[in-house]
Design a protein around this ligand. Structure first.
Ligand SMILES: CC(C)(COP(=O)(O)OP(=O)(O)OC[C@H]1O[C@@H](n2cnc3c(N)ncnc32)[C@H](O)[C@@H]1OP(=O)(O)O)[C@@H](O)C(=O)NCCC(=O)NCCS
Length: 221
């Protein structure tokens, strides 16, 4: 995940193969088939919600906006966190809903189990060939407690069991040691270096491509 990540590429346009095949096979797609050649199958939310004793993963709400905005502005990590897609809370809710309906991106808030507060987010971007890219972020005050590891394990397991994803990816900048450690810790294998992969203009960063195949995904807990 990163500010230039594929997680920000929300509309993938034409082309692609295989995505439509998930419709009939995977409960997460509610049996809907996409258009041949157009990757679009509505992504359902995990049901029941993915959860553990510390948090649950739920849809973004308009009252998450302030906490989520502050998270994306955290100067220590903002390079690796995608910005919110709009400046208006209700529009953010609507956009995440549209991306989900279009089958492009499933955005989930990591919510404190006690009071439901936003403590981070986890997301999945679906690509061609039944490939899913995952990412995760946790607010600074809650880091170091295993929240990101747990959230990604839950999401990864559900991607395979609930959606039928055949390859999970996580892209992490070489300059992001916490993200690299997180990927390693949840079971991703570093595959190679994507040179100058993210960036604006000439300000580019190298990114490590990580993957995990279905039989490598560990249990959620
Ligand atoms: C990366 C991030 C999600 C980790 O969140 P977290 O809840 O603190 O992660 P966890 O507590 O589950 O820790 C995961 C591992 O990363 C390690 N880690 C955390 N911060 C680290 C750092 N700055 N440097 C090196 N390792 C670090 C932890 O020690 C832990 O490994 P361990 O248990 O073997 O020691 C958080 O720092 C963040 O939101 N960063 C900005 C977004 C981002 O970079 N996302 C990663 C790409 S998916």
């Amino acid at each position: 995940m990163g500010s230039g990540s594929d997680l920000n590429v929300l509309h993938r346009g034409e082309g692609g193969t295989g995505r439509e095949s998930l419709g009939s096979a995977a409960p997460g797609f509610a049996g809907i088939r996409g258009y041949p050649g157009r990757i679009a199958v509505t992504l359902d939310y995990p049901d029941p919600p993915l959860s553990c004793p510390a948090f649950l993963l739920r849809p973004f709400r308009s009252d998450d906006f302030d906490a989520a905005s502050a998270f994306t502005r955290d100067t220590a990590t903002s390079r690796w966190v995608p910005p919110l897609p709009a400046d208006d809370p209700d529009l953010v809710v609507a956009l995440f809903e549209r991306y989900r309906a279009d089958g492009d991106l499933l955005h989930l808030v990591i919510a404190d189990i006690e009071d439901g507060a936003y403590i981070g987010e986890a997301m999945l971007v679906m690509g061609d060939h039944d490939v899913g890219e995952v990412g995760c972020g946790v607010v600074a005050s809650r880091r170091g407690a295993g929240i990101a590891s747990r959230a990604l394990r839950l999401l990864d397991r559900w991607c395979v069991d609930g959606l039928g994803v055949k390859r999970l990816q996580a892209l992490v900048a070489v300059e992001n040691p916490a993200g690299l450690e997180l990927a390693r810790r949840v079971g991703f294998r570093a595959e190679g270096l994507l040179r100058g992969y993210w960036g604006d203009g000439d300000d580019r960063v190298d990114v490590v491509m990580h993957s995990m195949l279905p039989d490598e995904v560990p249990p959620a807990d």
